[in-house]
Write a protein of this length. Structure first.
Ligand SMILES: C[S@@+](CC[C@H](N)C(=O)[O-])C[C@H]1O[C@@H](n2cnc3c(N)ncnc32)[C@H](O)[C@@H]1O
Length: 260
């Protein structure tokens, strides 16, 4: 059921992921295995009106994989938690939806992403947003204190997805929503791919088989409400594209409700 991590060096993986996303924060104009920035965001489905009044530098470093903002349906006054908030684009989009009386907490493990997001929030006056350094597998957030958990392109990077969904369920109030975009596969990936830290950091190697992914969410105490495929998402390097074709690597957006 869990992603095959038998011979994956999780410490190496963490340092590769941090290195890659430090680069995305500091040099978003460079080429990665994946696309970044406003063009990508708009192609995935973000409305220009959702992007126009948030910091452009956060959008430049956007490295998400799908649009889920409609599924999240963040409402005025709510508290949202963004798992793997990166340079902050999704946290800022959520902040506009929950308004000045709401709250958004972004969680990330990469210093450069946190520094950039925090600076941008202060500069643009997003007082309802804060970024915390932590792992998404161990959230520094109180039980049942959040209305909505969001995440874009991050959970595939975790070697312990059950812990991530258990933590999301713990911090959500009963009836709370989990709205995410992520990468899954049609076929279970072989060890040659799951143990390749650079394919993992590029959001492919850690992708879980889609039925197992759904089951892991349900096991954490959620009911899956809807799932849709994001045909607009594509990987850019040849190596990444080959794995994508062979194993049916796909981006999905998903809404689940906390039931227990
Ligand atoms: C693909 S980027 C997505 C960032 C952001 N959601 C966006 O759409 O631009 C992945 C982010 O997740 C963070 N991340 C990956 N694994 C993590 C973990 N286990 N705990 C905390 N942050 C993590 C990385 O540091 C990086 O900023």
């Amino acid at each position: 059921m869990s992603t095959n991590v038998k011979t994956l060096d999780t410490q190496e993986l963490e340092s590769r992921v941090k290195e890659m996303y430090r680069e995305v924060a500091e040099h978003p104009e460079r080429e990665f295995h994946f696309e970044t920035g406003r063009k990508l965001a708009e192609r995935l489905g973000y409305q220009p009106s959702e992007l126009d009044d948030i910091p452009a530098e956060a959008i430049d470093s956007f490295a998400g994989v799908g649009y889920y903002v409609d599924l999240a349906d963040a409402r005025t006054g709510e508290t949202a938690l963004d798992l793997g908030s990166g340079s902050g684009m999704d946290s800022f989009v959520a902040a506009r939806k929950v308004g000045a009386g709401g709250r958004v907490i972004g969680i990330d493990m990469t210093d450069a992403q946190l520094e950039k997001a925090t600076t941008l929030a202060a500069r643009a006056g997003f007082r309802q947003v804060e970024f915390r350094k932590a792992y998404i597998e161990a959230l520094p957030v109180e039980d049942a204190s959040v209305d909505l958990v969001i995440s874009n392109g991050v959970i595939n990077l975790s070697a312990d997805k059950a812990a991530v969904f258990n933590e999301a369920a713990r911090v959500l109030r009963p009836g709370g929503r989990l709205a995410i975009a992520d990468i899954v596969t049609t076929l279970q990936l072989p060890e040659g791919v799951t143990c390749d830290a650079s394919l993992w950091a590029a959001c492919i190697g850690g992708a879980m088989q889609r039925d197992d992914y759904r089951q892991t969410i349900e096991n954490a105490g959620f009911t899956v409400d809807s799932v849709r495929e994001n045909e607009q998402y594509r990987f850019v390097s040849e190596r990444a594209d080959n794995a994508t074709q062979k194993y049916g690597v796909k981006s999905i957006s998903l809404l689940a409700l906390k039931t227990t």
